[in-house]
Ligand binder design. Structure first.
Ligand code: PDD
Length: 286
């Protein structure tokens, strides 16, 4: 018999079917919490420290105490991988403010709820890798603190649902002037006149850990990078690509049913993807 998946909840690893939180958990009632998704390759985590540092920043931003010291969190996340059967895994970490009778105002010091679950790391299909991804754009209906990795993801759920309804892979948010911000669960880059361009870090985008990796990779490959506002209708735009923990970086070749550049994965997107996949392979072998 295969072993059930193990989830961490209430200070213990338990079979996922028995992993519960209280109905008055503020995460459940108010989306009062934050999260992280980290990839692990054959037991070696990709940038675990930056993910946990971002978790600490998200907690601090909404005044939730970090539930464990950093070193303990790292050990728990490692343990979560080891307690589950996947070679390449996607580890989900969620912290909520804790359990209390429902009231908007937090009236007492609470013990934060920490949960960790592990699933197989999803991989883009071979077809998507060949053809590239497709997307739509939507007006940004999210709140004004997108730099916090909040579990309040209703707008992203709606955006993704709309993308699926239109038969594409991702929905990308536009600000009021038509600048492309980021996807529902990805950052986005364009190549404009051979420069890799992405929205600067501010309250309208999440500082993606993969976004950072792409920027470092681009610089290492001699590709110029600009963090500035950009639009899809800019002269000289030849490629788009999106990045996230679960996709690494992958070309986006159709947007709103229009070809981006030549409508197939472009040179810079492919170079960056190969570079990042090389790093992931090195982790697998380490
Ligand atoms: N999403 N922007 C948003 C809004 C995101 O939700 C994510 C990640 C990213 C990319 O961040 P990173 O490179 O650190 O994964 C950008 C995760 C994967 C999710 O919600 O499942």
């Amino acid at each position: 018999m295969t072993q059930p998946l193990q989830a961490y909840v209430n200070d213990a690893f338990v079979p996922i079917a028995q992993a519960y939180v209280h109905i008055e958990d503020r995460g459940f009632q108010f989306a009062d919490g934050v999260y992280e998704v980290v990839a692990c390759f054959n037991g070696t985590y990709l940038d675990l420290k930056p993910h946990l540092q971002r978790l600490a920043r998200s907690c601090a931003a909404i005044d939730i105490p970090l539930p464990k010291p950093m070193a303990e969190l790292e050990a728990l996340v490692q343990q979560a991988y080891e307690n589950n059967p996947f070679e390449d895994a996607m580890v989900y970490i969620q912290v909520t403010r804790g359990v209390a009778p429902r009231s908007h105002v937090v009236k007492q010091a609470l013990i934060p709820t920490l949960i960790i679950t592990v699933r197989e790391l999803p991989q883009p299909s071979d077809e998507k890798i060949q053809t590239g991804m497709s997307g739509i754009t939507l007006d940004d209906i999210r709140w004004k603190h997108c730099e916090i990795k909040s579990i309040a993801l209703l707008a992203s759920v709606m955006g993704k649902q709309e993308a699926v309804r239109q038969g594409v892979d991702e929905a990308f948010w536009l600000d009021g002037q038509g600048h492309v911000l980021e996807g529902c669960a990805t950052n986005i880059f364009a190549v404009i006149d051979d420069v890799l361009v992405t929205h600067p870090l501010d309250h309208q985008v999440l500082g993606g850990i993969t976004r950072d990796m792409v920027i470092v990779a681009a610089k290492a490959l001699g590709i110029k990078v600009e963090e500035r506002k950009w639009r899809l209708d800019e002269q000289g735009l030849s490629e788009c690509m999106m990045s996230s923990t679960t996709n690494a970086v992958i070309p986006v070749c159709y947007m709103n049913k229009q070809a981006v550049g030549e409508g197939k994965p472009g040179e810079i997107g492919l170079k960056l993807r190969a570079h990042l996949l090389g790093q992931l392979q090195a982790l697998r072998e380490s």
